[in-house]
Design a binder for this molecule. Sequence first.
Ligand SMILES: NC(=O)c1ccc[n+]([C@@H]2O[C@H](COP(=O)([O-])OP(=O)(O)OC[C@H]3O[C@@H](n4cnc5c(N)ncnc54)[C@H](O)[C@@H]3O)[C@@H](O)[C@H]2O)c1
Length: 278
Amino acid sequence: MVNEDETTDSGRTVVVTGGALGIGGAASRRFAELGDHVLLLDRDRAAAERTGTEITAAGGRCTIVVGDITEDATVASLGATIDEVAGGRVDVLVNNVGDFRPAKAVFHKSGPEQWARLHQLNLWHVFTVTHLVLPGMIGQGSGAIVNVSTVEAYRGIPGNAVYSAYKAGVSAFTKSLAVELGPSGIRVNAIAPDLADTDQTPAAAMLEGRDASLVRSWVPLGRFGRAEDNADVIAFLASDDARFITGHTIPVDGGTLAASGWYGRTTQRGWTNRPDGA
Ligand SMILES: NC(=O)c1ccc[n+]([C@@H]2O[C@H](COP(=O)([O-])OP(=O)(O)OC[C@H]3O[C@@H](n4cnc5c(N)ncnc54)[C@H](O)[C@@H]3O)[C@@H](O)[C@H]2O)c1
């Protein structure tokens, strides 16, 4: 199908879940800078209003929807807002909400309630919100969906086996849906961040009591990620520049997946695959 609607990136309607802070906040600001109308959904009203005010003060367009995306009522309210302010049209959907924190235990000590909450926070809403916007995208014959997975969809993370399983599900969903929707002119991709300095994973907490200069020993590009590093890749995947990319999860990790098992020597003389750094 010819995709006439993807000839320009400006003036689109872009939904960002968890769009107030962190990676989602940076994505909301980036899309607004591009001239898009951002529908920012977040459960944190104060943070959503702060980001919304920042966007409009900079001349951008932003509509806020407040609610927990894991609740059906919030998804319904997002649908009503899309109808009201965008005539039912969504050009870009960023399924950004996700959280590893409900499970801070080894798997054998975790339980069904924890698994259920992790499911809601990391996978279920990706289905419900995508399901909400797809009829419109299919009708208009265009659209881009960007999901937020994690490097832990590819690399083990002890203590977070359930989280990583759901995030791997996000990447698998991305692939299969991309194949299903290609003929409808809709692209589906994802990003896989490694540690990004956000409220969920503050770099300062990771580095507390440690020598910050050693970050380069496990991140080839020598620093932790920033929300903006991820937002820029989300914006790229949603743009016409990515018009022939679909079904992929792009790591935004400073090279950590590529380096898995390799450590920068503390002497700064090259790399080693010996865990003692020698
Ligand atoms: N920060 C990292 O290092 C990292 C690494 C890998 C993957 N990720 C993924 O990136 C995404 C964003 O992470 P972040 O670090 O920016 O998160 P964050 O916790 O710093 O920010 C999340 C935003 O989403 C909102 N939010 C959280 N739960 C919500 C809910 N149920 N309903 C509505 N809004 C909700 C929060 O209020 C906040 O504005 C997540 O999917 C996360 O799993 C992050």
